[in-house]
Write a protein that binds this ligand. Structure first.
Ligand SMILES: [Zn+2]
Length: 325
């Protein structure tokens, strides 16, 4: 059996190059210029009779340090990053919004960054256009929680509405927490910007925003489920059509290479670390046991797949690209 080693591969490719026929050494006459750009970031799949479109809004390369995980050794965090083939100090944080076409309504679950979070994010608009959807055609926006990467896409930097015809529904307990002045005063400095950003997005449209109690249906086929901890009103969504279903986990588990593999870790962005861990473990246990199709807002694109239980955590198994719906 051939012993494949890196040295062997390199030697092999040198030998192959030496053996190339003479014409291969000529400059290629049909070389295409490099595009330097990524392809369109959208992926469609079905849940029963509903057509879903995962829309990529770019990726933030989040700098992390020894304060990032409250209850883990930094060496272990660096090891987990290295195991995921990421640089040790920059967590890849992709954003994927989900558009649900129920046949009678176009529903957008979370709205992306609005290009206001990281220079490498903000592609929801161009990917929506590539999907052939006019922002004016969105009927309903349902928000999971109020971190900027989920709500900023409601408005442009200049406070114009991006989806002018969409009704907006937000979790009532989330609204109660972030709208409370006493909570803002008591918050650590790192959270004050989130309070201010929430007010910028919602204050002048407050009368048009519907607050839902997590646990209720927002439209036929989309049920909201409380998943508190990441934020006080953090909510996930069960989408059901026919005999198929999908659980949109929102930020229950941020990048699975860290937080599915280490569900007990408490990242600094979880407002209530212990509650977030309890919610995460409960939900990951359930979706693994029931083999439910899931999507996560910060899972690698197209962000859908399954969760399996491992000896000491969970692993995300991405859905395979399907050429047909
Ligand atoms: Zn998020």
């Amino acid at each position: 059996m051939t012993d494949v080693t890196r040295r062997g591969l390199l030697a092999g490719s040198a030998a192959a190059a030496a053996a190339l026929p003479a014409f291969a050494a000529r400059p290629a006459s049909a070389a295409a210029p490099a595009t330097g750009k990524q392809a369109t970031g959208l992926y469609r799949y079905k849940v029963g009779g509903y057509e879903l479109t995962a829309l990529h809004d770019g990726t933030w390369y989040r700098p992390i340090d020894d304060k990032f995980i409250r209850n883990a050794d930094y060496a272990d965090v660096r090891k987990a990053m290295s195991n995921a083939f990421m640089p040790a100090d920059k967590l890849s944080t992709p954003f994927t919004t989900l558009l649900v076409n129920t046949g009678s309504k176009l529903v957008l679950l979370d709205t992306g960054t609005g290009g206001q979070v990281a220079p490498t994010a903000g592609t929801l608009g161009s990917n929506l256009a590539a999907a052939g959807i006019d922002p004016k055609a969105i009927d309903l926006i349902v928000i999971s929680h109020f971190h900027p990467d989920h709500i900023n896409g409601i408005k442009t930097k200049d406070n114009a509405l991006v989806f002018p015809n969409a009704a907006i529904m937000v979790p009532a307990p989330e609204w109660a927490f972030w709208m409370d002045d006493a909570n803002m005063r008591a918050a650590p400095d790192s959270l004050k910007g989130v309070f201010r950003n929430f007010r910028r997005i919602f204050t002048d449209i407050a009368k048009d925003v519907t607050r839902y109690e997590p646990g209720r249906d927002v439209v036929a086929g989309i049920t909201t489920i409380p998943a508190f901890g990441h934020t006080p009103g953090h909510t996930i969504f069960a989408i059901q059509s026919g005999n198929q279903s999908l659980l949109a986990l929102s930020d229950t588990t941020q990048h699975p290479a860290l937080f599915a593999r280490h569900p007990e870790w408490q990242p600094a962005f979880d407002v209530d670390g212990p509650a977030a861990v309890e919610t995460r473990k409960k939900l990951l246990d359930r979706v693994a046991a029931d083999k439910l199709l899931v999507t996560g807002y910060h899972f690698p694109f197209p962000a859908c797949g399954h969760i399996v239980k491992t000896a000491d955590g969970y692993e995300h198994v991405p859905m395979l690209w399907e050429p047909t719906l």
